[in-house]
Ligand binder design. Structure first.
Ligand SMILES: Nc1ncnc2c1ncn2[C@@H]1O[C@H](COP(=O)(O)OP(=O)(O)OP(=O)(O)O)[C@@H](O)[C@H]1O
Ligand SMILES: [Mg+2]
Length: 273
């Protein structure tokens, strides 16, 4: 073997190692974000319980006490919904793709983020069309959604609207999930880099502890790529950004593992995976 070949093999090994480290870093970042989201949410719920319990103790009249109990009940029910989501994610740790109800995945992600959205004055609009099941790993898609929704929120520092659209592209045989914000937009010269690992324009984590590592979108791209899907982005400065994810629908019969599913062939704009 020539010296040149040895060098190439050594470099290839190095690249493989760096790839593995990157995948690990991406996983840890999403886990960290999930932890910080759920911890925040839980803390908010606990604060409600504590404050309304105090109110009920302070005021002796029936009306105030009934109101306090109602608020405590609502907070408790919300806490139960949050733990259900987390348990669901923890239970399904496999990397398998299966028939997935995308609407349920979106709603679960929103349970975790709805309060944060309200706090930052972001209205969430749902535009759900009827869609067939997608061939997907629910946990991973939820991770993608949390990343996209957090980016959307951070692009609207003075609040705005995020629209989540679910639709079926019959021709491409894909379920399309779009997350659109009314935020600052992405300058055209930055657009080609947003999926690069560690590319960020944020100074660091915001008040909610999120953002600034630049791994969010690179993890999204890797996940969608593994799904044989597509992700495309359209952005206009000052008007907003829309990310669309196209996932293959479940075909009957379900293909054996290793069989490549056809994916959509969207056009135009910046596109990856
Ligand atoms: N919806 C959006 N609107 C405007 N810019 C965006 C949007 N989504 C992503 N970007 C740009 O792409 C960059 C990369 O996004 P990415 O999610 O990968 O990293 P990040 O949000 O900076 O950090 P983190 O990895 O912690 O999420 C962002 O820093 C931002 O400049
Ligand atoms: Mg991000």
């Amino acid at each position: 073997m020539t010296q040149e070949n040895q060098k190439i093999i050594a470099l290839q090994n190095q690249v493989d190692q760096l790839r593995q480290q990157l995948a690990q870093a991406q996983k840890l970042t999403s886990l960290g974000e999930l932890m910080s989201t759920t911890t925040h949410e839980f803390n908010n719920v606990l604060m409600s319980v504590i404050n309304y319990a105090k109110m009920g103790l302070r005021h002796k009249d029936d009306a105030t006490r009934v109101k306090s109990f109602e608020k405590i009940l609502a907070a408790g029910q919300r806490a139960a919904r949050i733990t259900q989501c987390i348990l669901g994610m923890a239970r399904n740790r496999s990397d398998n793709f299966e028939s997935t109800d995308m609407k349920a995945i979106v709603e679960d992600a929103l349970v975790l983020l709805e309060r944060e959205m309200r706090k930052y004055r972001v209205a969430v609009e749902r535009d759900y069309h009827s869609v067939p099941p997608a061939m997907a790993n629910g946990n991973q898609i939820q991770q993608v959604l949390l990343n996209l929704l957090t980016n959307a929120r951070q692009a609207m520092p003075r609040g705005g609207t995020v629209t989540i659209r679910l639709s079926y592209d019959e021709k491409a045989e894909t379920v399309d999930l779009m997350v659109r914000d009314s935020g600052q937009g992405i300058p055209p010269e930055k657009l080609p880099h947003i999926f690069d690992p560690y590319f960020t324009t944020k100074d660091g984590p915001d008040a909610s502890g999120k953002g600034g590592t630049g791994l969010g979108l690179s993890a999204c791209r890797d996940i969608i790529e593994a799904h044989n899907g597509r992700v495309r982005v359209q952005s206009t400065i000052g008007r907003g950004t829309a990310f669309t994810i196209k996932l293959p629908v479940v075909k009957a019969p379900v293909p054996a593992p290793g069989v490549t599913l056809p994916a959509g062939m969207p056009t135009g704009s910046s596109e990856t995976a």
